[in-house]
Write a protein that binds this ligand. Structure first.
Ligand code: TMP
Length: 194
């Protein structure tokens, strides 16, 4: 079962994934970008250099996603896969940054993944004030440098996309206490796994 954790930076995706991995057996934890050897190189180009043209950037994320889907996700679909990000990030960040139509981005993602998509999405979301506070406490990568307004629009776009595609999902307030979130997500994933 393939579950993607989504949300903008600082919502706590990786923290929750780490906590949940201990609660399940036969779980595979992975991420985009950077879940494969080639993906790690692509990730470094994208996040450290930050100078690719908008279209080149999308294609690099898609190359990472193609590698990740074929080499990591597809062979492990019989296991519980918890992935930090997925095509939802791919479409939302690109749609807001470059104004490319959702349909076009969907087609590109279908090509990259061979139509393998997460069956369930965990979306962690934050209100503007908390997001501003958390972002102010850390350094930003090339994409986060686009600012809080960009991230808020990406967050909204993620919600709209999940609705549009009618993927089974849970939306969690990421400002809740960390243990509460873990318990909520544990129950959700257990139910998905039945
Ligand atoms: P992260 O690994 O810390 O989540 O960072 C990945 C960054 O890349 C984050 O700012 C979101 C962004 N991103 C995109 O712009 N497009 C994508 O397709 C993906 C997967 C991530």
């Amino acid at each position: 079962m393939y579950i993607a954790f989504e949300g903008v930076d600082t919502v706590g995706k990786s923290t929750q994934i780490e906590r949940l991995r201990e609660r399940f057996s036969d779980v595979l934890v992975t991420k985009e970008p950077g879940g494969t050897a080639l993906g790690e190189k692509i990730r470094a180009i994208l996040l450290e250099e930050g100078e690719a043209l908008a279209r080149s950037e999308i294609l690099l994320f898609l190359a990472d996603r193609a590698e990740h889907t074929e080499r990591i996700v597809r062979p492990n679909l019989h296991r519980l896969i918890l992935s930090d990000r997925s095509f939802i990030s791919g479409i939302a960040y690109a749609h807001v940054h470059d104004n490319i139509e959702i349909d076009t981005l969907l087609q590109l993602n279908r090509f990259a993944t061979g139509n393998i998509f997460p069956e369930h999405i965990v979306l962690l979301r934050l209100e503007e004030e908390t997001l501003r506070k958390r972002m102010g406490e850390k350094s930003s990568d090339a994409i986060e440098m686009r600012g809080i307004d960009y991230m808020l629009r990406v967050q909204k776009s993620m919600e709209e996309l999940i609705d549009l595609l009618q993927i089974d999902h849970i939306i969690v307030d990421a400002s809740e206490p960390i243990d509460t979130i873990t318990e909520t997500l544990y129950s959700y994933i257990k139910d998905c796994n039945r």
